[in-house]
Design a binder for this molecule. Structure first.
Ligand code: FES
Ligand SMILES: [Fe+2]
Length: 372
């Protein structure tokens, strides 16, 4: 066996190990994840991000199309982000190999002589489908070592209910595994303790609630209902429009929570995603749009940041406790959404493994009761 072949094999073995490690991390592949804000990618700048432990380099071609490549040169692994983009092609900083930014295909190896038979066009840098939605660049993370499917679904977009609206974005990092990030996001019982504030709700206002949930493909929905009487913003909205407020909250695999609030012609729509960056770090990306004339973006941002910060501080404290591998509990009914999340995730993985249709963990609408 030639030395070159042996080297290649060693590299393949390393790639296989990496794939196995990523499989163990509990990530859901073959979904869209938000990587960076659209505004972060300007001119010929190369921007780095990490999703599901994959280092990425993102940029924008001179035609304005965003692209995402694995931030690793297929020649010797140096991050491509140290290289240069000329508007169409990314050039590695080490030996100058050049890659088409949108397909990852190698277009030039400067060191090749006229004698060389190497087929440059057969070499590819890792690349991922990329789309812009609601001010974010989304990247479709297909499982390591697999080919892209023939058709990939469109990246998720935020639902809006009128032509004119305000929109804003917030994000924060949590030092947590994705599963803790997600169950924290859907957990109804922490509200009165973590998010106690004069503008949201007081601990003393805790009371019994009953909410109906129903299964939807790849997730579940808190059926349309009137929001809590102990949340000031909803009460204000009701006063202003004089009409009932209806809220619908969905959770969708792998990581999306959407909320739509409507009252007469007024609406508010938001989407939060919790995306794994590494197995010990995830990022909440939050986008909200509304046509409520009395709610300026600046005010919303102030409150939104306080809210996210409260979650973040709690998760930092939780991470401290989780270092010691404690046993944990999920109780009914307050933690039932978390149980559904785990069941949805493992049923999806199982159906992908066997090719059998995915079994939904809920067999119909159910009412959950808790105090919050
Ligand atoms: S490492 Fe990129 S061209 Fe050699
Ligand atoms: Fe929270």
């Amino acid at each position: 066996m030639s030395e070159a072949v042996r080297t290649m094999m060693r590299m393949d073995a390393e790639a296989a190990q990496e794939t196995a490690a990523q499989a163990d991390a509990g990530f859901l592949w073959d979904f869209w994840y938000p990587a960076v804000r659209s505004t972060a990618i300007r001119g010929q700048k190369l921007v780095t991000a990490m999703l599901l432990e994959v280092p990425l380099v993102l940029g924008r071609t001179s035609e304005g199309k965003v692209f995402a490549m694995r931030d690793s040169c297929p020649h010797r692994g140096i991050p491509l982000s140290y290289g240069q983009l000329d508007g169409k092609v990314v050039e590695c900083c080490y030996h100058g190999w050049r890659f088409d930014a949108c397909s990852g295909q190698c277009v030039e190896i400067p060191s090749l002589s006229s004698q060389d038979k190497l087929k440059v066009e057969r070499i590819f840098a890792g690349h991922y489908p990329c789309e812009e939605r609601d001010g974010y660049v989304w990247v479709y993370m297909n499982s390591p070592g697999t080919r892209l499917p023939e058709t990939i679904p469109a990246a998720p977009g935020l639902t809006v209910f009128s032509d004119k609206y305000k929109i804003t974005h917030l994000s924060c990092e949590l030092p947590s595994h994705i599963d803790h990030g997600i169950i924290g996001l859907m957990d109804p019982a922490h509200g009165p303790f973590v998010h106690q504030s004069w503008f949201w709700r007081k601990r003393g206002s805790i009371h019994e609630k009953a909410k109906q949930f129903e299964p939807i493909p790849n997730g579940f929905r808190m059926s349309p209902h009137s929001p809590s009487t102990n949340s000031a913003p909803y009460q204000l909205l009701k006063k202003i429009t004089g009409e009932a407020v209806t809220t619908t909250i969905d959770f969708l695999l792998p990581n999306i929570r959407t909320e739509e609030d409507r009252s007469g012609k007024m609406w508010f729509s938001s989407r939060a995603t919790v995306t794994p960056v590494r197995r010990d770090l995830c990022r909440i990306v939050f986008v909200a749009a509304w046509n409520l004339f009395f709610l300026p973006v600046s005010i919303f941002k102030i409150f939104g940041k306080i809210f996210l910060r409260q979650d973040q501080e709690t998760m930092i404290r939780q991470a401290e406790g989780l270092q010691h591998n404690p046993r944990l509990m999920l109780i009914d009914d307050a933690d039932r959404p978390a149980k559904w999340y785990f069941a949805l995730k493992s049923n999806l993985m199982e159906s992908r493994r066997t090719g059998a249709p995915m079994v939904h963990p809920m067999d119909g609408p159910v009412t959950l009761r808790w105090r919050s």
